[in-house]
Ligand binder design. Structure first.
Ligand SMILES: [Zn+2]
Length: 100
């Protein structure tokens, strides 16, 4: 009997699903911890690619960039990620101050 659960495509799909779910969880945790308004567009254009629709999407793609795959993301803890994000946002704020 051929089990569909063991095909590479299915495994890849499951791993991708877990990865996306973890990215989503971390995004929510960071947004909550840092009091970021997920529906505002304050970070759009200053962080991320500039094409994200709102702050939540900016943080989501930032979190995604912090891990290359599903096993790497499991090693990231929220506190470390939070410190990294704060530093990233502060760096951007400083850059903008110098420009203006
Ligand atoms: Zn990896």
């Amino acid at each position: 009997m051929i089990s569909i659960e063991h095909t590479h495509a299915y495994k890849a799909y499951i791993v991708e699903k877990h990865f996306n779910r973890r990215v989503g969880e971390l995004t929510t945790l960071l947004i909550t911890a840092l009091f970021i308004d997920p529906h505002a567009k304050t970070l759009v254009g200053t962080c991320g690619s500039g094409t994200e629709k709102d702050n939540a999407a900016v943080i989501y793609s930032w979190v995604r960039q912090q891990a290359c795959c599903a096993s790497c993301i499991l090693e990231l803890d929220v506190k470390t990620l939070q410190r990294r994000l704060v530093r990233y946002l502060l760096d951007i704020a400083v850059q903008h101050e110098y420009i203006e």
